[in-house]
Design a protein around this ligand. Structure first.
Ligand SMILES: [Zn+2]
Length: 523
C-alpha cells in the first residue's frame, strides 16, 4: 500500500478550500477516528516526527526554482504542521537549526523574529545552528531568553558560566513513549562563524558529548533522537560510531533526503532548506528492544494553497515585515542609467559594486563574483530594499595581498577556467575566450610589476572557493578577513553619493567576440 500522508492532509483541507466548514469538521473527526482506530488495532507503539532545518528566515512564501508555484513561508508551513498535528496529536515537531540569517527581518531584529515566530509554532525542540551565532553570542543569549520552547545543544561550552551554553537534551512523552532528543552542532563551528561572535564559547567533540548524553538518557527512554546541525556527511560518520541513537534529524548541508539513509541501524533524515519541505517520519517501535521495527517516510513539499496557513503565525510574520518595511522602502538615491548584470563580461552594476568596495577598503583592486549579484535595476529611485535584492547574501569583505606575479597567474587562471566571471575594479584585462588566453593586464592603467605587492578586496564566498576562482591555494597569499558586510558598504555609498550614473568602460574585453555588455539574467 502506498503511504501518502499528504492525501490525508489534503482531504482534511478540502473543507478549507471549498469553505464547507460543517462538512469539513465531521470529515476531520472521521479521519481522526479512523486513524486512531487503525493505530490502536495495530497495538504497536508509534512515533511521528515532523521536521525541517535551515529555514534561514525565509518567512514568506517564494517561487520554487523547479516549478511555477510558491512554497514555504512560515504561516504556510505552520498550516501543514497544524494539519499533521490534527492527524497525530502526539507528533514530535523538530527544527534542526539555522533559522536565523537570510532575509532582512532576521538582520533587522538580530534573529529575534525567528524566536517570536517559533514561539507560536511551538516546536518540541530546536537545536542551535552555526548561523544562530551570526549576530554574536551576547545577542544570541539575549534572544534565547524570549524562547518558550527547548533550545538544545550538547557540545557548546560557555566559559562565562563554566557549563554548557544550553540544555543538552529534553525528554518528552509522545503518546505512550518516552523520547529523548539530544542536540549537537558541527565541530567546524569556528570555521563557519566569525571568532568575535563566539567569545567565551568552546566547541566540544560532538561524538563524545552525544555518547555521554545517550548514556544518561537511555535508561529512562524508549527512543533517542539526535537533533543535529552537523550536516549530512558528519551525521553519517557519527551514525557509524554511535550506539543507542535511533534517528538523526539533521540540518546544515541543506540535503534533500527523500528517504532516510540507514547507517548502523540509525535513520538519518534531512529536509532540504528554506521551508521548501517538511520531513515526516512515522515509525513503529519495539518497546522491549527499544528499536524501530518499521517506518514510513515522506518529504512533504510545502506547496502554497493546499492547506490553510496558520492565522496566528501569519499575524506575527506580517507584523514583523510591517515593522521593517518603512526602513526597507526608504528611497536613498536616484539611478540615471539602468543597472545591468552580466555573467559573461563587464557590467555597469558589477563595476559600481567593485568601485565602492575598493574605495572603502583603499585596496588596489576589487573583485565580485557575477553570480552573487542577483538583480538588475531600472533607472529611477533606489530603495534600501533594492540593495538587499541585488546583494541578498550577508557576505563579508576579505582583503588579500599578493605579488604581481601571483596576480598575473590568477587572472590567467580565471580566463582559462571561466565559470562565474569576476567583476573588477582597479584592474583591466583583455583576453581571448576562444584561445583561453590572457592578452593584456593592467592595474590603475599600468602594467603589472611581478615583484610588487598588490591588494584586492572581495567577498568571503569567493575566498571560500579560492582555488576554484584563482587556481592557487589560499595559503599562498595573505588573507585578512573583516566583519564588514558588502551590502552595508553599498547602502552607505548611495547615501553619501545619491545620484548614480555609471557605464561599462572596457575593463574586461574578450577579443574573441568583442561583446562588452551582454545582458544576461542570472537566476
Ligand atoms: Zn548551518
Amino acid at each position: 500500500m502506498k503511504f501518502l500522508i499528504m492525501e490525508k492532509v489534503c482531504f482534511i483541507q478540502k473543507n478549507w478550500l471549498s469553505q464547507k466548514f460543517a462538512n469539513g469538521i465531521s470529515l476531520l473527526i472521521l479521519i481522526m477516528v479512523i486513524n486512531l482506530w487503525a493505530e490502536l488495532i495495530a497495538d504497536v507503539p508509534q512515533v511521528v516526527i515532523v521536521h525541517w532545518n535551515d529555514l534561514h528566515s525565509t518567512n514568506l512564501p517564494y517561487k520554487s526554482s523547479r516549478a511555477n508555484y510558491r512554497v514555504g513561508g512560515y504561516a504556510n508551513l505552520a498550516g501543514y504542521l497544524d494539519s499533521l498535528r490534527h492527524l497525530h496529536p502526539q507528533a514530535i515537531i523538530l527544527n534542526a537549526g539555522d533559522d536565523f540569517q537570510g532575509s532582512p527581518v532576521s538582520n533587522f531584529t538580530r534573529g529575534l523574529s525567528q524566536i517570536l515566530i517559533l514561539n507560536k509554532i511551538q516546536p518540541t525542540a530546536f537545536t542551535l545552528g552555526n548561523h544562530e551565532f551570526d549576530y554574536g553570542i551576547d545577542n544570541l543569549r539575549d534572544v534565547m531568553t524570549y524562547a518558550n520552547f527547548p533550545i538544545l545543544n550538547s557540545n557548546l561550552f560557555d566559559s562565562t558560566k563554566n557549563d554548557l551554553l544550553v540544555q543538552p537534551y529534553t525528554i518528552i512523552q509522545s503518546g505512550n513513549l518516552k523520547v529523548a532528543i539530544i542536540g549537537a552542532l558541527t565541530g567546524d563551528l569556528f570555521t563557519l562563524a566569525l571568532p568575535q561572535n563566539l567569545k567565551g564559547i568552546g566547541i566540544l567533540d560532538p561524538l563524545t558529548q552525544i555518547r555521554q548524553n545517550v548514556h544518561e538518557v537511555e535508561p529512562q527512554t524508549d527512543l533517542i533522537v539526535l537533533l543535529s546541525h552537523c550536516g549530512f556527511e558528519e551525521d553519517s560518520l557519527l551514525a557509524m560510531q554511535l550506539a543507542g541513537v535511533d534517528v538523526i534529524i539533521g540540518g546544515h548541508s541543506h540535503t534533500y533526503l527523500h528517504q532516510p539513509k540507514k547507517v548502523n541501524n540509525i535513520l538519518i533524515c534531512q529536509a532540504g532548506s528554506n521551508g521548501h519541505c517538511l520531513g515526516y517520519l512515522k515509525a513503529n517501535i519495539d518497546r522491549n528492544q527499544k528499536i524501530i521495527t518499521s517506518y514510513n517516510y515522506e518529504l512533504i513539499e510545502t506547496r502554497l494553497g493546499r492547506v490553510k496557513p496558520s492565522p496566528v503565525v501569519a499575524g506575527v510574520v506580517d507584523s514583523l515585515e510591517a515593522s521593517i518595511s518603512a526602513e526597507m522602502d526608504k528611497i536613498i538615491g536616484q539611478l540615471i542609467t539602468d543597472w545591468h548584470r552580466n555573467s559573461h563580461g563587464e557590467s555597469n552594476l558589477g563595476n559600481w559594486i567593485c568601485d565602492v568596495t575598493r574605495e572603502y577598503f583603499k585596496t588596489d583592486i576589487a573583485f565580485m563574483n557575477s553570480g552573487g549579484i542577483r538583480k538588475d535595476l531600472k533607472a529611477g529611485p533606489i530603495r534600501v530594499r533594492d540593495l538587499w535584492e541585488i546583494s541578498p547574501f550577508d557576505n563579508t569583505i576579505v582583503i588579500v595581498a599578493l605579488t604581481g606575479e601571483q596576480l598575473k597567474f590568477i587572472i590567467q587562471y580565471h580566463v582559462e577556467n571561466l565559470r562565474d566571471l569576476l567583476q573588477v575594479s582597479g584592474l583591466s584585462y583583455e583576453f581571448n575566450s576562444k584561445q583561453k588566453k590572457l592578452v593584456k593586464l593592467t592595474v590603475a592603467g599600468k602594467p603589472v610589476d611581478d615583484q610588487k605587492i598588490y591588494t584586492f578586496a572581495t567577498n568571503n564566498f569567493v575566498i571560500s572557493q579560492f582555488e576554484r576562482f584563482f587556481g592557487l591555494a589560499p595559503s599562498a597569499v595573505k588573507i585578512t578577513p573583516t566583519d564588514i558586510i558588502g551590502r552595508d558598504i553599498l547602502i552607505e555609498a548611495i547615501k553619501a553619493q545619491p545620484v548614480i550614473n555609471n557605464h561599462t568602460e572596457g575593463r574586461i574585453i574578450d577579443l574573441a567576440n568583442k561583446k562588452e555588455e551582454v545582458n544576461y539574467d542570472i537566476q
